[in-house]
Write a protein that binds this ligand. Structure first.
Ligand code: C5P
Length: 296
C-alpha cells in the first residue's frame, strides 16, 4: 500500500508513537532465518519526539528519560533511515536530528522503528517528497522489519517479516495501559527461543481481519494471542509478572505482551479505568515504566 502524505493524514511528522502488537502470530521461519508474521498493530498516544534541522552532515542528539539506554548515537536507526533515503535520493539535503527518547528501549514497542519512520517523514517533508513516495517506502524496508508499518501509524494488519502493510482499519480506539518491567527481552533471543528451523512452517493461513465493532473486536482479540509470549517468558520471566500485575488491576479486560516483549498491555472499557489501573501499577511497581494511553 502507499502511505498517505503525512500532512493529508493529519499526522504530526515529529511524533514517533509506540507501536503495539494487539495480536502476533508466527506463520513460520524463512530460509534466511527471519520469521513470517501475521499481526494486528495499533499505535499509542505515548511516544518519542524527533525534530530535524538542515546542516552540513548527518548528526543526531539524543535526550530524554530513555536516552541513556539507546547506545551509540552513530548506530541509531534514525541515521540508518536517513542514509537509506539518501542512497535512493542523491542530493537529499542532510542535517541533524534531535530525538527525545521517552519510550523504553528494546521493549517490543517498535520505538527505534517509529523513530526511523519519523525521520523518513521529516526528510520527505523537507525534500518535498510525498510520504508514500517509492524511495521513502524502500528506505523504510531497508532500515528494519518494523519501519514500514510505522510510516503512517494507525491500526493495520502487518504480514511478511513486517514489510507487508495492510490498509488502515479504522478500529474503535482502545483504552490501554502499557507496562514495562525494566527488563530487556532482546528480539533475536526471543525468536531464537521459539526454536523453528529455517524453512519450517507453523501455519499457512494469514487469518481473518478483525471486526470493527468494539465488543466483537474484544472477542476477536481474546481468541488470539502473541506467539512470542511463551518464548519471551523463558528469556525474561518478568514478562509473566507484568501480565499478572495487569490482569490483577480492576477492570482489565485483556492483557497481552507486545512484539517480542517485555512490554505488556492491558485493555480497559474507558479512560477512567485505564488511569486507575496505571495509578495502581505505579504504586505496586514503582520501578516500572507505566503509560495509560489510547491505541488507534
Ligand atoms: O529487523 P530487526 O532489526 O527489527 O530484527 C531484529 C532481529 O529479530 C532479526 O535479526 C531477527 O533475528 C529477528 N526477527 C525475525 N523475524 C522478524 C523480525 C525480526 O526473526 N519478522
Amino acid at each position: 500500500m502507499a502511505a498517505e502524505p503525512a500532512a493529508r493524514a493529519g499526522l504530526d511528522p515529529s511524533r514517533a508513537p509506540a507501536k503495539v502488537n494487539l495480536t502476533l502470530r508466527v506463520l513460520g521461519r524463512r530460509a534466511d532465518g527471519y520469521h513470517d508474521l501475521d499481526s494486528l498493530v495499533a499505535f499509542a498516544g505515548a511516544g518519542d519526539r524527533l525534530s530535524f534541522a538542515p546542516g552540513p552532515d548527518w548528526a543526531i542528539r539524543v535526550e530524554g528519560p530513555s536516552a541513556a539506554d539507546t547506545g551509540d548515537p552513530a548506530d541509531n536507526l534514525v541515521l540508518k533511515a536517513a542514509r537509506a533515503l539518501e542512497a535512493r535520493c542523491p542530493g537529499l539535503p542532510r542535517g541533524s536530528f534531535r530525538l527525545t527518547k521517552r519510550l523504553p528501549v528494546a521493549a517490543g514497542l517498535g520505538g527505534g522503528s517509529s523513530d526511523a519512520a519519523a525521520a523518513l517523514r521529516l526528510l520527505a517533508a523537507s525534500a518535498g517528497l510525498p510520504a508514500g513516495h517509492g524511495a521513502v517506502v524502500a528506505a523504510a524496508v531497508a532500515t528494519g522489519a518494523d519501519v514500514s508499518v510505522c510510516l503512517d501509524p494507525s491500526a493495520r494488519m502487518m504480514a511478511g517479516i513486517g514489510e507487508r502493510v495492510g490498509e488502515k482499519l479504522g478500529l474503535p480506539p482502545l483504552f490501554a495501559v502499557l507496562a514495562n518491567p525494566g527488563v530487556a527481552a532482546p528480539t533475536p533471543s526471543v525468536f531464537r527461543e521459539l526454536g523453528l528451523r529455517p524453512g519450517q512452517r507453523l501455519r499457512e493461513d494469514p487469518g481473518a481481519p478483525p471486526p470493527r465493532g468494539r465488543a466483537a473486536l474484544m472477542d476477536w482479540l481474546a481468541a488470539r494471542g502473541n506467539d512470542l509470549e511463551a518464548p519471551a517468558l523463558r528469556v525474561a520471566p518478568a514478562v509473566g509478572e507484568t501480565l499478572a500485575a495487569l490482569r490483577a488491576t480492576q477492570g482489565c479486560r485483556l492483557a497481552r505482551m507486545s512484539g517480542s516483549g517485555a512490554t505488556c498491555f492491558g485493555l480497559y472499557d474507558d479512560c477512567h479505568a485505564a488511569a486507575r489501573a496505571a495509578r495502581t501499577l505505579r504504586t505496586r511497581h514503582p520501578g516500572w515504566w507505566i503509560a495509560p494511553t489510547l491505541l488507534r
